[in-house]
Ligand binder design. Structure first.
Ligand code: MIC
Ligand code: SF4
Length: 644
């Protein structure tokens, strides 16, 4: 039987374990990336390992999230990251150079290699035929130290594309269609591998949009073959020497096959507050809109912005709408400026922002109260935009531009002449200027890491105790996101390197008193529904609750990256054996687990609900190695013990 692309890359990188579905494997990581909001913790962890230099082929530290700089904190973090990069031998992408995922697939991704990034949208580089995955900063620190990255051998799903996108439909609609069919839990434990005749007309940035939002399916990653389209793109980036052809074998038998006929797709949109609440754009044309944002690592490529500008050309943004545009990278920014596209945007009334994450994660451009915002980004969770009661919709740049003109959610086919869009393609030659990326230098003698007052040491958990007797501090429903657990936004994100300060915001949108109560409780337990901790890779959603004394998360299921993050910080992630038992626990119940270490070894843990007098069976979804990490009280203790 032939091998899928995924299996080919996994087999050529496997260091530990056997490639059997569901079993833990350890793979070699060739490249790593971090961004500033997760990077500070990653480099504090790397520093604690006392290894002089990164051991990967390429590691890069991007500044793209915290660029608003309303006080000293952001800039202090940038200096910390820049000096850490210099000291440990990393590339450093300066603020202004663009969003990590956009820059990475443009300038650094290589087919057939592995990439681990401390950001959940790292799979974007799967567009280039790379096996690219998101993880917590601690896991990325381990990979930089040359340690394997551990994951469960995934199922491989083939998404077979036929046909061609019709005018008005975009690659965003391909991934929205998958989200509609499969939901935000549909990709758990799976890699999505795209093949079929429909691929030949999908450019690398279009593939990147799809790979990017595979994260919203909960997938381990998404990957495209490295074919002629990849060659052309890499050549246009002056990187054709890094290209190799990489295709799945023709007789590959996939675990699942999903067929998408591109001819049938029409403009679609995700409704508040989940990316999988997908509807047809034309069915929502009665909805009046206050704000439109074109940007983010999902949809801010050259052709994305050129298409939006072609729709906006000669028109004016509706008086009731604020339109903002943020190009994905400096390269895109420079080229839209050179080609007159920027001028069309400015002339229509668009508000131009720097190349950074910005509004996507609530850093600026928060909507009005109760406001309706249509965005080209990937997440529309409650409160993420910076306005608690805003309603965020997600769609393609074409839909966004048409909406900005009419002031209502608008199917571009109904208002715009789409003919000019047909000719818009990726440039055959990009402007190549990597001066915003500082190269590592061999001579690092005397490099001092710069630590401003916002950089606080990373809190370390203590070894697991034999008995936990704690109250349920919060009982939650399904699909709780890491934005629910550890909000982002302009106010909270600057505190990412200061755990005591950021922990005050844990669960702020759900229970404003959470941090206060947690401190009163001393130790506590969180009960969740399905897919707990979905969304971002932010380890602060584990680290800050750990700091507040959370010892256990007991849920129906826990998302992959968050499960790893909990283990890395020594929080016990338990799953109900019988999901019905979720009902027999209430908030404030007193739970007890005794003889913990032995029970963990069995991977079955009995939780006693002392308030109700019931015993509940739970299972641990972890490997032997992770058991030892939990018992040690987290990854740092585990590694330190190993080297004692
Ligand atoms: C996001 O899109 O939520 C982020 C901000 O990029 C996060 C990382 C973070 O929280 O720093 C992600 O996707 O992993
Ligand atoms: Fe940045 Fe948004 Fe992409 Fe996250 S999803 S990396 S915040 S642009």
């Amino acid at each position: 039987m032939g091998e899928s692309l995924t299996k080919k890359i996994l087999n050529s990188h496997i260091i530990e374990g056997e490639l059997l579905e569901g079993k833990e494997i350890g793979i070699k990581i060739d490249q790593t990336l971090t961004q500033d909001a997760t990077g500070t913790m990653a480099y504090l962890a790397f520093e604690a390992l006392e290894i002089p230099k990164v051991k990967t082929e390429l590691s890069i530290s991007y500044i793209d999230h915290n660029t608003l700089q309303t006080d000293f904190k952001n800039f202090d973090d940038h200096l910390f990251l820049q000096s850490s990069a210099e000291k440990f031998g990393l590339y450093f992408s300066r603020p202004g150079n663009g969003i990590c995922h956009s820059v990475h697939y443009e300038r650094f991704a290589i087919p057939g290699k592995t990439l681990l990034g401390s950001d959940s949208h790292t799979p974007t580089s799967g567009a280039i035929g790379m096996l690219a995955m998101g993880a917590g900063g601690m896991s990325v620190a381990m990979a930089m130290a040359g340690e394997p990255f551990y994951l469960k051998a995934p199922k491989v799903v083939n998404v077979y594309l036929t046909g061609e996108l019709k005018p008005g439909a975009a690659s965003k609609d391909i991934i929205l269609e998958l989200l509609r069919r499969l939901s935000v839990k549909g990709g758990l434990g799976k890699v999505f591998e795209y093949t079929g005749p429909g691929l030949k007309n999908l450019s690398i940035p279009q593939r990147a949009t799809i790979a990017n939002m595979g994260a919203e399916l909960g997938a381990t990653t998404s990957i495209f073959p490295s074919d002629n389209v990849t060659y052309k793109f890499m050549k246009s980036q002056g990187r054709e020497d890094q290209w190799i052809e990489l295709l799945p074998d023709e007789d590959t038998e996939y675990d699942e096959v999903i067929h998408v006929d591109l001819n049938e797709l029409e403009p679609m949109i995700s409704k508040p507050h989940m990316p999988d609440k997908v509807a047809k754009v034309k069915d929502l044309s009665h909805i009046k809109v206050n704000q439109v944002f074109i940007g983010s690592c999902t949809n801010a490529s050259y052709s994305d912005i050129a298409k939006a500008a072609a729709i906006l050309e000669g028109k004016s943004v509706h008086p009731d709408v604020s339109l903002s545009v943020a190009p994905g990278s400096k390269q895109v920014f420079e080229m839209i400026a050179r080609d007159g596209i920027l001028q069309k945007l400015i002339s229509s009334g668009a508000r131009i922002l720097e190349s950074a994450c910005g509004p996507c994660v609530g850093i600026g451009q928060a909507p009005n109260s109760g406001g309706i915002s249509v965005r080209t980004s990937n997440r529309n969770f409650v409160g993420r935009s910076g306005t608690a009661d805003a309603q965020v919709y997600l769609a393609s740049p074409e839909v966004a531009a048409a909406t900005a003109i009419t002031g209502y959610i608008t199917d571009p086919r109904l208002v715009a002449d789409l003919d000019p869009l047909k000719g818009i393609e990726e440039p055959s030659e990009f402007i190549i200027d990597d001066r915003m990326v500082i190269q590592p230098d061999d001579n690092v003698n005397g490099v001092e890491i710069k630590r401003g007052p916002n950089i606080k040491p990373m809190p370390v958990n203590s070894e697991l105790e034999e008995e936990i007797k704690s109250k349920v501090i919060l009982k939650l429903g399904d699909n709780i996101t890491t934005d629910d657990i550890m909000p982002a936004g302009a106010k909270v994100l600057p505190l990412r390197s200061n755990v005591p300060a950021i922990s005050e915001y844990v669960f702020k949108g759900i229970d404003a008193q959470f941090a206060k109560r947690a401190k009163e409780f001393g130790t506590s337990i969180i009960v969740g529904g399905e897919n707990y901790g979905q969304g971002s890779s932010r380890e602060h959603a584990a680290l800050a609750p750990m700091y507040l004394g959370v010892k256990v998360v007991l849920a129906k299921s826990i998302s992959r990256i968050h499960n790893d993050n909990l283990i890395n910080y020594g929080i016990l992630p338990l799953n109900f054996e019988n999901k019905e038992d979720y009902k027999v626990i209430n908030q404030d119940d007193l739970l007890m687990i005794d003889n913990i270490k032995e029970q963990i070894k069995e991977k079955k843990v009995i939780v006693e609900n002392l308030t109700k007098g019931i015993k509940i069976k739970t299972v641990l979804n972890i490997s032997e190695r992770q058991m030892d990490v939990i018992i040690a009280g987290g990854q740092l203790n585990y590694v330190r013990n190993k080297h004692k």
